[in-house]
Design a protein around this ligand. Structure first.
Ligand code: 5AD
Length: 349
């Protein structure tokens, strides 16, 4: 019966909440293997054996928010705070461009120094210096006007995970000033402006149930984003969630497969968090349906300060090193890293 749900998902690209929940509750390795055969086929049908790469530039770890799970939350006084200058960010892009990156992801905490005006200036310079590249922002919540300004400056894509769709669950992960409704409104605003939008959630975050995950999947279907970033929750020792259990490799891979069948043309990264909970996590992610990896282009000296969770990988590798290693790992499983902007094929309205 659970197998027929997977068949239905493959044929119709959608399921009811109760069906999603039964699939998640009924996880077995055999069911997962059945899913991965189909999710891998869908992935290859849309993207072949190509793996898109994004150069991740973690340009500031200052953050005004105090999310209970995150290592760079404002309440963590043990973090050494840094922000890259415009020149430093551009120098990361230069290195990245030479290494074949055609998408730059500017990710940071919600840093009050990086106002929309300052960020727009950085974006505009990257846009004019690298007209053939996609610029992705991952800088948190803002007003529609602010998002519009950044879009006009030349940003094309925006990553903003919804974290969890369920209002009560959202409140257990975030301080009272933040809300699921506002988070979701930001995503609709971004979409309306014309950004290629990425959203997503943590797998196995504290108090998450299969019912919550079913709601997350239904929300993904409704939003129909170009990209979906999911990764396991991993505790950070200096947060209120220090003692909580991490999400599992198995459930993360299972969800990657399900999302690939639900939104076959979507961009699906094998995330750093996935590579952190298991040595070959990112390779397994690719084999479950993922088609993107996001190596770090941040300067080596700041790597150790952008720690959202414990034991984050490749905090002491040069960008070029990461790039080469990745190439080898992907080749070892029969996939190849490509130099392309890698736009989403999820273009159905
Ligand atoms: N474990 C896993 N992922 C985390 N993120 C933040 N903190 C953690 C953690 N402890 C994720 C959030 C955020 C993204 C940038 O990183 O989902 O949106």
């Amino acid at each position: 019966c659970l197998y027929t749900f997977i068949d239905k998902l493959e044929a119709e690209h959608t399921l009811y909440a109760s069906e999603w929940q039964q699939l998640l509750d009924g996880y077995t390795p055999r069911l997962a293997a059945y899913l991965f055969e189909k999710s891998r086929r869908a992935r290859i049908q849309f993207y072949g054996h190509d793996v898109y790469i994004r150069g991740l530039i973690e340009f500031t770890n200052y953050c005004r928010n105090n999310c209970y799970y995150c290592g760079i939350r404002s309440g963590n006084t043990h973090v050494h705070r840094y922000r890259l200058t415009k020149e430093e960010i551009l120098s990361c892009c230069e290195t990245g461009y030479e290494l074949g990156f055609r998408t730059f992801v500017l990710q940071g905490g919600e840093d009050p120094y990086y106002t929309t005006a300052r960020l727009s200036d950085v974006v505009h310079t990257i846009r004019t210096t690298y007209p053939d590249c996609a610029i992705t922002l991952s800088t948190g919540e803002a007003t529609k006007e602010e998002y519009q300004q950044l879009f006009d400056a030349g940003a094309n894509r925006f990553l903003l995970r919804h974290e969890t769709y369920n209002t009560e669950h959202y409140q257990k992960l975030h301080p009272a000033q933040l809300s699921a409704a506002h988070r979701q409104q930001c995503l609709w605003d971004l979409k309306e402006i014309g950004y290629q939008v990425g959203t997503g959630f943590m797998v196995g975050s504290p108090w998450q149930t299969s019912e919550h995950l079913a709601e997350d999947l239904l929300f993904l279907k409704e939003l129909n984003p170009q990209m979906v970033g999911i990764g396991p929750f991993i505790p950070h020792h200096d947060t209120p969630f220090a003692g909580q259990k991490a999400g599992t490799l198995e459930l993360t891979l299972f969800l990657l497969g399900l999302i690939r069948l639900m939104l076959p043309g979507v961009l699906l990264p094998a995330t750093t968090a996935l590579g952190t909970i298991a040595e070959n996590g990112r390779e397994l992610g690719i084999l479950s349906g993922a088609n993107v990896v996001m190596p770090n282009l941040s300067p080596k000296r700041v790597r150790g300060d952008y720690l959202l969770y414990d034991n984050k990988i490749s905090t002491d590798a040069e960008a070029a090193e990461c790039r080469r290693e990745l190439e080898q790992h992907m080749q070892s499983i029969g996939y190849q890293v490509v130099t392309a902007r890698g736009d989403s094929l999820n273009i159905t309205p």
